[in-house]
Design a protein around this ligand. Structure first.
Ligand SMILES: Nc1ncnc2c1ncn2[C@@H]1O[C@H](COP(=O)(O)OP(=O)(O)OP(=O)(O)O)[C@@H](O)[C@H]1O
Length: 641
C-alpha cells in the first residue's frame, strides 16, 4: 500500500528534477511547432510543468506572434535591396505576417500598393509603420517575456517546493525502506513462527493422539486396578486368616521341634544302646562253641563247604541237617588183614556256623552283616578266608560280578555306605579311605597302583605311636560311595591278573588284604569313632612235602606256610594271653595286628574242598580253624571318644 505513492512521487521527481532541461526541451517542441502547420499544442508544455495550462495558453499566441516577429526581424537586417525575397521567403511560412502587416496597407509583394522608387516618403512612412508595428510587437514580446519571467519564477518556486517535497518523500521513502526492511525481518520471523506453529500443531495433534491412547490405557488400568484392589482385599483377608493359621502352625512346629529334639535324644540313646546290645549279642554268639562250654571271646569261625563241580556232596563230608554248626569228616579205613570189616573214623568239628555246598552268598553274608555293622559302630573288624587252593576263598570274599553271586567284600561295602547314609540323619558324618595290598613271598605290593610298572615303589609296614599300622608308599584312596570302592576292587583284580600272567596261579600263593578305614563324627553330640574293616583272602594253605618242591615253588611254600603258621601262633599267643605276641614274624600278622589284637572282632572262614582227594588238606584246615575257634582273645571295645 506504500508503494503507490512512492511510484507517483518518482514520476513526478523525474520530470521535475530536470526542470531546466524541460525548459530547454521546450525549444525543440517549439521548433516542431514552427514546422507543424497545425496549431501549437500548448497542453504538451502544460503537462511538463504540472498542468499550468493558463500559462501555456497565453504563451501559444505569443509564440506565433514572436515567430512572426522573428521572421520580420530576420528580414530587417538585409532590408536594403533584399527585403522582397526575404518577405517572399517568409510568406509561405507565416501567412500571419501578411495579416499583421495588412493594416498598414503597404504589403510588399502582396496585394498592397507598390510605391514608386521616388516615393521615398511613402516608403519611409511604410518603414515607420513597420517600425511601429515592430515596436508594438517588441513591447508585447517584452510583456510576454515578463509574464514568462513571472511564470519562470513561479516555476522555480514550485520546483523548490517540489524539491522539498521530493526530499520529504525521499526521507519518507527511506523510512518506508527501513520499515520495509524491519518488516521483512518480521516477515521472516513470522514465517518461522508460522512454521513453528505448524510443527507445534503437528506435535500437538500427535500428543492429542497419544493422550487419547493414554486415556484408554488409563481407563483399562483403572479397571485392572479396581480388579486388583478387589483381589488384594480378598488376599489380605486370606493372609490374615493364614497368618492366624501360621501362628498356630508355628506353635505346633515349636512343640514338634521340642518333641523331635527329645526323640533325637532318645534315638541317639537308642542307637548307643543298640550298639551295646549288638556287641553283647556278638560276644554271646562267639562265646558259645561246640564243646557247649561258655567262654568269652571274639574270634568267630565259619566253615564253608564248596560244592562239587557236578553239584552234590562227597560222602566223606557229613553235615547233619539238625545242626548248622557241626561238620564231620568220615574216613573209611580198609582192614589190612582182610578179616575184619573196614573201619570208619569220624572227625567232628564244631564252629560258629557251617555252610553246606548249597548255601548262597546272601545267606553267608547275613551271618556276618552284624559284624560289618560293628565296623561303623567303631570296632575294628577283620574277616579272612582260610583254606586250600580252589576251596572257594576268593568266591566267598569277592564272588562273581552278578548281584546274586557277589561276595563278602562288595556286600560289606554296600552295607557300610547304606548304614552311613542312615546315620547321617542322626548327625553322623563319615569319611572312608580304602587300600588294597597283596603279600607275596613276604613282599608287599600295592594293588591300587596305577603308575609305571618299572617305577613301582617298595613298601614297609610301619606302626605309629598310637599303635596304628600303616604301609609306606601305599595308595590310600578316599571314597564316598559304593561304586568308587567297586572300581578300586576292579583295579586290584586287574593288577593281580597282570602279575598272575607272569607267574602261574600266583593268586593262590599270595594273601590279598582289602582295608577300609572308617572315621565318624557326630558334631552335635560331640562323639567320634574310628575303625578299620579288614577283609583278607589268604593264600592256599595246602602243605607240600619239602622234597616235592624246589626253587621258587619251595620259596613260595615256605613263605605261605610261614605266614599261615605264624597266624596260628599269634592267635594262640593272644588266646593264651602271652606277654609276647610274635606279630612281626610275618608280614601278614604284622599288617593284621590291629585287627587281631584284643580290640577287634575277627571272623575266619575256613573253606573246604569237597573232593575226596582233598581229604587231608580239609582235615588240616578244619584242625587249624578249630584251634582258632578255641581261642578266647578277650572282648573288643569300640574306638570312641
Ligand atoms: N560256594 C561255591 N559255590 C559255587 N562255586 C564255587 C563256590 N566256591 C567256589 N566255587 C568255584 O570254585 C572255583 C574255585 O574257587 P576259588 O577260586 O574261590 O578258590 P580259592 O580258594 O580262592 O582258590 P585260590 O587259592 O587259588 O585263590 C571257582 O570257579 C569258584 O567259582
Amino acid at each position: 500500500m506504500s508503494r503507490l505513492p512512492v511510484m507517483t512521487s518518482k514520476r513526478v521527481l523525474t520530470s521535475s528534477s530536470s526542470s531546466s532541461e524541460n525548459i530547454q526541451d521546450m525549444a525543440p517542441a517549439q521548433k516542431k511547432l514552427r514546422k507543424d502547420p497545425e496549431p501549437v499544442k500548448p497542453h504538451a508544455a502544460a503537462t511538463i510543468i504540472g498542468g499550468k495550462r493558463p500559462v501555456a495558453a497565453t504563451r501559444a499566441p505569443i509564440s506565433r506572434s514572436a515567430r512572426a516577429v522573428g521572421a520580420a526581424t530576420v528580414a530587417v537586417g538585409p532590408s536594403r535591396g533584399v527585403l522582397k525575397p526575404s518577405v517572399a521567403s517568409a510568406a509561405p511560412k507565416g501567412g500571419n505576417v501578411k495579416q499583421t502587416a495588412a493594416p498598414t496597407g503597404t504589403k510588399p509583394g502582396g496585394g498592397g500598393t507598390k510605391r514608386h522608387a521616388w516615393d521615398l516618403k511613402g516608403k519611409v512612412s511604410d518603414m515607420e509603420g513597420k517600425l511601429r508595428n515592430y515596436q508594438s510587437k517588441v513591447k508585447s514580446v517584452n510583456e510576454e517575456n515578463d509574464i514568462l519571467k513571472g511564470t519562470m519564477a513561479e516555476s522555480k518556486t514550485r520546483v523548490t517546493e517540489m524539491e522539498r517535497e521530493l526530499k520529504r518523500q525521499q526521507s519518507q521513502i527511506s523510512e518506508y525502506e527501513d520499515e520495509l526492511h524491519a518488516l521483512s525481518g518480521v516477515r521472516d520471523e513470522l514465517e518461522k513462527v508460522s512454521s513453528d506453529k505448524s510443527t507445534l500443531q503437528k506435535e500437538l495433534s500427535n500428543l492429542e493422539g497419544k493422550y487419547k491412547v493414554m486415556e484408554t490405557l488409563r481407563d483399562s488400568q483403572e479397571t485392572e486396578l479396581q480388579t486388583l484392589t478387589m483381589k488384594l482385599s480378598v488376599l489380605e483377608s486370606t493372609l490374615a486368616r493364614l497368618q492366624g493359621t501360621l501362628r498356630d502352625t508355628e506353635e505346633e512346629v515349636r512343640s514338634l521341634k521340642e518333641t523331635v529334639a527329645e526323640q533325637k535324644d532318645e534315638l541317639h540313646a537308642g542307637e548307643m544302646e543298640r550298639r551295646r546290645l549288638h556287641n553283647t549279642i556278638q560276644e554271646l554268639k562267639a562265646s558259645y562253641n561246640v564243646g557247649k562250654r561258655l567262654s568269652t571271646g571274639n574270634i568267630r569261625v565259619f566253615c564253608r563247604v564248596r560244592p562239587l563241580v557236578d553239584g552234590g556232596l562227597s560222602k566223606h563230608i557229613q553235615l547233619p541237617t539238625s545242626d548248622i554248626k557241626t561238620i564231620t569228616l568220615a574216613k573209611t579205613e580198609e582192614s589190612h588183614v582182610g578179616k575184619t570189616a573196614d573201619t570208619q573214623k569220624n572227625y567232628n568239628f564244631s564252629f560258629d556256623r557251617v555252610f553246606g555246598p548249597g548255601a548262597s552268598q546272601q545267606e553267608v553274608f547275613e551271618e556276618i552283616s552284624l559284624l560289618v555293622q560293628s565296623a561303623l559302630d567303631g570296632y575294628n573288624v577283620c574277616c579272612f578266608a582260610y583254606g586250600q587252593t580252589g576251596s572257594g576263598k576268593t568266591y566267598t570274599m569277592e564272588g562273581d560280578e552278578f548281584d546274586k553271586t557277589r561276595g563278602v567284600i562288595p556286600r560289606a561295602v554296600q552295607q557300610i555306605f547304606r548304614a552311613a547314609e542312615k546315620l547321617a540323619t542322626q548327625g553322623w558324618e563319615f569319611t572312608f579311605t580304602a587300600s588294597f595290598v597283596e603279600i607275596y613271598n613276604e613282599t608287599l605290593r600295592d594293588l591300587l597302583y596305577t603308575g609305571k610298572a618299572s617305577k613301582r615303589p617298595e613298601h614297609e609296614i610301619r606302626k605309629s605311636a598310637n599303635n596304628e599300622v600303616t604301609i609306606t608308599n601305599l595308595t590310600y584312596e578316599k571314597v564316598s560311595n559304593e561304586d568308587q570302592v567297586l572300581g578300586l576292587i576292579a583295579l586290584a583284580n586287574q593288577n593281580r591278573s597282570t602279575a598272575q600272567t607272569a607267574q602261574n596261579d600266583r593268586s593262590s600263593r599270595s594273601h590279598s588284604v582289602f582295608q577300609l578305614d572308617i572315621e565318624g563324627v557326630n558334631a552335635g553330640r560331640d562323639v567320634k569313632c574310628k575303625s578299620t574293616l579288614c577283609l583278607v583272602d589268604l593264600a592256599g594253605s595246602e602243605r607240600m612235602l619239602k622234597s616235592q618242591s624246589q626253587g621258587e615253588r619251595f620259596k613260595e611254600m615256605t613263605a605261605i606256610n610261614g605266614s599261615l603258621s605264624n597266624l596260628g601262633i599269634v592267635i594262640s599267643a593272644l588266646a593264651n594271653k602271652e606277654s609276647y605276641v610274635p606279630y612281626r614274624n610275618s608280614k601278614l600278622t604284622y599288617l593284621l595286628q590291629g585287627c587281631l589284637g584284643g580290640n577287634s572282632k575277627t571272623l575266619m572262614f575256613v573253606n573246604i574242598a569237597p573232593e575226596s582227594d582233598s581229604f587231608g588238606e580239609t582235615l588240616n584246615s578244619l584242625r587249624f580253624a578249630s584251634k582258632v575257634n578255641d581261642c578266647v582273645i578277650g572282648t573288643a571295645s569300640a574306638n570312641r571318644k
